[in-house]
Design a protein around this ligand. Structure first.
Ligand code: DGJ
Length: 726
């Protein structure tokens, strides 16, 4: 609910459990007065303190009033060079070279429903949303800034976006334009980020905010394996069930900056948006720039509730699921089994071993096209390699269908190999700066997706493939970071737009694909989880979580991912042992339990499994299908911390709390292992739950005292408890 007090220029955004407020003061400076647990309302600007701070200047209108400074007051959208020395949200440069931005309130609009952003992903929904638009202006530079707020009460979600319009008569360069600025007065806060690298994505790292700026960012052109555009600020004592925490995500898939600043006055500022690195956008008179959407959830009672709010909002108001309401198929992918070394017979044999076990979709990964026998060639030539697949998809796909399976395919549209017909025909279509030899990444080059003719060509070729056979699934991969970011299609002064224009180009192709093939399930992938962000999830309902398929490494990767992203988005497969990335061997049981914390599938040649393992797989697949709703859409609870506890456990609970599934993997075993219990969450304390069809346990006992764990008899053993209320 958005409450307006027009006389006092006071704007209060209430969600189910939180309140957010801002106010334009007597100088029309938009101050942030409060964000936190829900309050009744009223003017919370009384919380703001004023004092003369010698080094903090006072704006001209304040005259000699020395206790009024932009530097000390909580700003809703921070300015630049006019008195606030903290992180600026916006910076522009008109023809005179000044780099100042001073924004003052000029008005607002209130609308039912959710705003949309041209060419950019954004949360969507009907009339349960409300939109507030606040207008600010820099009157010297004639730049107008609109701050968008979307409120989805039931998910405690507040979205934000920013539009900048050049209302003046001369071009202005926009050098920085954050999507979100959040000033939180006082309080010792921790900053949590999700960091890592290829094959070790989204490892949670937490540290107290100290005076200065702490930040994570990407300058790779993708949101990256190394840092995720999702961060948390929280109380020092916040944990899964208590403490106030603020989760902030950027709905964007390119370079980003998430920076938290703590000042000498112990004020905290969080800034999130496109990375100003290599960003400079020229706005001609009348032109508008739209910054990507950011979304906030504040939870007054710990991380668990914050995550569940994000999960619900992402599932219901961000993702477009082509199978809406239906179960997604259990798949088998051939990559780890064959890499590039396959032919039609090999693929059919992998599918044939999987079909009788209940696996429903066969995915043909990299290597089916052009001269793609290794990662040195072929990218860009999206025509079937008939020496591997005689008769093309027309011959292969019916054979898969005959096994009772559907068929999916791998593509990497943004890339080209030097050894390809496409590169030979259009060497000028890649990102490459004049007179400078380009860098290769995985021996491939990046196509200039800012150029429409390049996108049109690539999309045309991919469309032809998708129309040539009955294809129900596409894996969209992307396997290198961007270098040599220069486009022959842009003048020198506009090269700073290229990183962003590239991302818009990717979104354009994804949008076309979704429009033309609404029934195809697209899984995103960027060398694993290098672009696992809310921007991509708007176009693809699931994303390959990591190239690391080791079940034990996956515990921490999926744990970190779960802080923002729901189970139904996390691509997770059972692969062969010893694991290709770590050399570790764990049981089929354990691998299945861990993959079920995601979209669930297999990525191995099941012809090389024992009869006993096949029985286990059959059981796993049947169990997953039976409990699909609970696993994929149940409320998600983390029951332990894999970095510190002797086991990793998580739990899904049905919305009516009649059913729950607990999954648990013990870490390395030791002799004389202590007695342990796992405390469950989210159950009905009054209900009696039958555990795995056997003994009934009271909900309150399971939550307060926990369920006793069997003694592990080896490393990395897994168990699942299915609970059903009597
Ligand atoms: C990287 C992906 O993450 C893998 O799953 C696989 O598709 C390879 N690329 C293929 O080149």
């Amino acid at each position: 609910m958005i409450v307006l007090d027009q006389e006092n220029k006071l704007f209060t955004l209430h969600t189910q459990n939180t309140t957010y407020q801002m106010k334009a003061d007597q100088y029309r400076v938009l101050l942030h007065t409060y964000y936190g647990p829900r309050l009744r309302g009223g003017d919370l600007s009384r919380l703001i303190q004023f004092a003369d701070r010698g080094t903090s200047p006072n704006p001209n209108e304040a005259g000699h009033r020395r206790d009024y400074s932009l530097d000390t007051l909580p700003q809703e959208y921070s300015t630049c060079g006019v008195g606030d020395f903290r992180l600026p949200s916006i910076e522009f440069e008109p023809a005179d070279g000044s780099r100042l931005a001073d924004l003052r309130y000029t008005g607002f609009e209130l609308k039912k429903g959710k705003y949309a952003l041209p060419g950019l992903p954004a949360f969507f929904g009907g009339d349960e949303w409300e939109t507030l638009v606040i207008h600010l202006t820099d009157s010297t530079c004639k730049m107008s800034v609109k701050l968008y707020y979307g409120v989805l009460e039931r998910c405690d979600l507040i979205t934000r976006a920013v539009q900048v319009v050049n209302e003046g008569g001369q071009a202005v360069q926009l050098r920085r334009c954050a999507s979100l600025c959040l000033d939180l007065q006082g309080g010792d806060l921790d900053f949590i980020t999700f960091d890592g690298c290829h094959a070790q994505e989204r490892s949670l790292s937490r540290s107290p905010l100290r005076q200065g700026v702490q930040s994570v960012e990407s300058v790779r052109g993708t949101s990256s394996h190394h840092h995720n555009p999702f961060v948390i600020l929280c109380d020092h004592n916040a944990n899964e069930d208590c403490g106030t925490c603020y989760g902030a995500m950027l709905v964007y898939s390119g370079n980003f900056l998430a920076a938290a600043e703590r000042t000498h006055l112990e004020n905290n500022r969080l800034l999130l948006g496109i990375n100003p690195y290599h960003f400079c956008y020229t706005l001609a008179p009348g032109e508008c720039f739209t910054a990507p959407e950011a979304a906030l959830v504040c939870s007054p009672c710990g991380f668990g509730q914050m995550s569940r709010s994000f999960h619900r909002a992402i599932r219901e108001n961000l993702i477009h699921d082509p199978l809406e309401g239906k179960r997604r198929p259990v798949l088998i992918n051939n990559w780890e089994a064959t890499e590039f070394g396959f032919d039609a017979e090999k693929l059919v044999s992998i599918a044939a071993a999987a079909a009788p076990l209940g696996i429903e979709l066969f995915v043909m990964d990299d290597g089916w096209f052009g001269t793609r026998d290794s990662d040195f060639g072929g990218l860009g030539d999206w025509t079937v390699n008939e020496s591997k697949l005689p008769g093309g998809l027309g011959a292969l796909v019916p054979r898969i269908h005959d096994l009772g399976m559907s068929f999916g395919i791998w593509i990497e549209p943004e890339m080209v190999s030097e050894d390809s017909a496409l590169y030979n025909a259009h060497p000028d279509w890649v990102l490459e700066a004049p007179n400078r030899p380009f860098a290769r990444g995985r021996s491939q080059l990046v196509l200039d997706f800012s150029r429409k003719e390049v996108r049109d060509h690539v999309y045309g070729a991919i469309k032809q493939v998708l129309e040539s056979a009955e294809i129900t699934y596409v894996k969209w991969d992307m396997n290198r970071s961007l270098t040599d970011v220069w486009s022959s299609a842009l003048p020198a002064g506009r090269q700073g737009e290229l990183f962003h224009r590239f991302v818009l180009g990717v979104y354009d192709i994804l949008a076309r694909m979704r429009r033309d093939f609404p029934g195809i399930l697209i899984e995103g992938c960027t060398g694993g989880g290098g672009r696992f962000d809310a921007g991509m999830l708007y176009y693809v309902p699931q994303f390959w979580c990591s190239d690391n398929t080791d079940a034990i490494d996956r515990l921490t990767i999926q744990y970190g991912t779960s802080f923002c992203y729901p189970v139904s988005t996390m691509g997770a497969h059972v692969s062969a042992v010893p694991n290709a990335q770590t050399g570790r061997s764990v049981s089929m049981e354990t691998r299945g339990v861990v993959a079920m914390a995601g979209t669930f599938g297999y990525e191995m040649d099941l012809n090389h499994t024992t009869a006993e393992e096949k029985e286990t797989i059959k059981r796993q697949v049947a169990f997953f299908k039976e409990h699909y709703e609970l696993i994929q859409r149940g409320d998600y609870y983390r029951l332990s911390d894999p970095f510190h506890d002797p086991f990793t456990a998580w739990q899904q609970v049905s919305p009516d709390r009649r059913e729950a599934l607990v999954s648990l993997v013990t870490h390395a075993n030791r002799a004389a292992s202590p007695f342990r219990t796992v405390r469950l969450r989210g159950l009905d304390p009054q209900a009696q739950y039958r555990v795995n069809g056997g003994e009934a346990w009271p909900g309150d006992v399971l939550m307060a005292a926990g369920f006793p764990l069997p003694m592990p008899t080896g490393d990395y053993q897994a168990m699942q408890l299915y609970l059903e209320a009597e």
